[in-house]
Design a protein around this ligand. Sequence first.
Ligand SMILES: C[S@@+](CC[C@H](N)C(=O)[O-])C[C@H]1O[C@@H](n2cnc3c(N)ncnc32)[C@H](O)[C@@H]1O
Length: 253
Amino acid sequence: MWQSTVSLPLLSVLVLVAVRYWHHLGGFCRSVFSGGAGKGSGRRGAVQLTHSFVLMNSTHGQPDSVLQTFDLYAQTQPSLSIGKEKGEFVDCVVHRVAPTCALELGTHCGYTAIRILRRLPSSAKLYTVEQDPATAEAGEEMILVAGFKHSQFQMLISPSSAAIPRMRAELGVRAVGLVLMDHDVEQYLPDLQALEQEGLVSTGSVLLVNNTHAQGARDFLRYIHSNPRYSVHSQRHGMLEVQCQQGSIDGTR
Ligand SMILES: C[S@@+](CC[C@H](N)C(=O)[O-])C[C@H]1O[C@@H](n2cnc3c(N)ncnc32)[C@H](O)[C@@H]1O
């Protein structure tokens, strides 16, 4: 009897705290699993659960339904997908920039790739980079399930540091109009510098950068703010839209 008297109020408090801090929990999980720290069974299990849920509960061939199912999953389970709020920001930027070539660093289960592909001009192409092979396979399947074709996107399964130098040399990419950085925050600066080195970012290119509040993104932010070639155009939910103002930046090509 005394147990139910004590445990019922305690249970209500726990539920209230869980509801109140759910997004913080999600953010915590994202930061743990998005970079190197998430290697292993925890992340793999999360990928499998998301993948199965979306596969079973969405209408295949309909990107909106696939995205809604990802969002539904994230309402009750911790998820690494960027989520609806930030996703809508991504939608706006992609629609406005209308790049002919987009690059995503950090595919995960394909949520943002699907959002980007939904808004890209019909002749445009998305390159999406994921370093974990099992995750990349799940992400690629989700993108195909949403109804997109290999002519519209290409999955690069490797660390971003290896994928970027391949883009011009092997894939013939000459410029990237939009880059979404949602991978390892410590890689943001070296990857931007590699994109500059390859001459892939130039006037009008836009960088959409997630988790800029993270400690590891400090060097990247310092670089952006101290470099007149970049200007922060907008910011929402810790996500930064950075515009590139001049012609090919320090490009060696
Ligand atoms: C937060 S998740 C990306 C979420 C995804 N953009 C979405 O919202 O659908 C980060 C992903 O980046 C991958 N990743 C981390 N560092 C990477 C790197 N250096 N190169 C490529 N992928 C990386 C992780 O394996 C993980 O799947």
